[in-house]
Design a protein around this ligand. Structure first.
Ligand code: DC
Length: 228
């Protein structure tokens, strides 16, 4: 039987995880799984239902009826479906970022999504990115990487991304959001963002995107003994 590899990439928002993980997955021919997008989809469902922030009882009730599916195009790009509707674009707004951060602190949400994430890693080789992949979702991952960058660098990248999408937010506000989200994701009781034991830490502050992809692929290649 062909061996399945698992690569866990964790780190704070805006460190470039998704872009880098997707590119690395394409090089190695692995499936790319963006777990943040799944939390965002739950966040969107909570938003649509008009649930108050922090109302974990209402979110808990919502979970039972949720139909969340992931699809992957030929290009390896993941798309998210909520009740059959493609919501991939709708979950990328600052509002849903805050929602995702809120619902992701709820233990019921994390438990609900755990099996879904683990089962994706069973059927084929994956590169999964998130906050708790190396610590909770795939603690036995073959490769663990913690991808980070300074808050200013991450805010600068996010600012440019939002501007390209026509979302008008000042740099200071983007930076404040990044710092607040870091704080929320790292200080929560349920699966906080931490460096997994044995993880290779890669700081992309001073690296270009191409250099970051190269650094990640080098770690994967060395650990797995396979070439991209
Ligand atoms: O990576 P992202 O910005 O799309 O993630 C959205 C939110 O989901 C973020 O606030 C942290 C949370 N998240 C999480 O708690 N655990 C994961 N494995 C992935 C994301």
């Amino acid at each position: 039987m062909e061996r399945h590899y698992s690569v866990a990439i964790d780190g704070p928002s805006g460190a470039g995880k998704s872009t880098i993980a997707r590119a690395a997955a394409q090089r190695f021919g692995f499936l790319y799984v963006d777990t943040g997008a799944i939390y965002r989809t739950v966040g969107l469902a909570a938003e649509r239902r008009g649930i108050a922030y922090g109302d974990s009882a209402a979110v808990g009730e919502l979970l039972g009826g949720l139909d969340i599916r992931l699809g992957h195009g030929e290009d390896g790009v993941q798309r998210e479906f909520l009740g059959g509707e493609d919501v991939s674009g709708l979950i990328r707004t600052p509002e849903i970022s805050r929602r995702a951060s809120d619902v992701s602190a709820m233990p019921a949400v994390r438990a609900f999504l755990l099996d879904m994430q683990r089962s994706l890693g069973r059927s084929m080789s994956v590169i999964m990115d998130g906050r708790d992949i190396g610590t909770v979702v795939l603690p036995d991952a073959d490769v663990k990487i913690f991808l980070t960058a300074s808050a200013e660098c991450r805010a600068e990248r996010r600012f440019r991304e939002l501007a390209a999408k026509g979302i008008d937010m000042g740099f200071d506000e983007v930076l404040r959001e990044i710092v607040a989200r870091d704080e929320h994701d790292s200080s929560r009781a349920a699966a906080p963002l931490t460096v997994a034991e044995g993880a290779s830490v890669i700081d992309t502050s001073e690296l270009t995107l191409a250099e970051s992809i190269e650094a990640v692929c080098t770690v994967i290649s060395e650990k797995l003994g396979v070439r991209p």
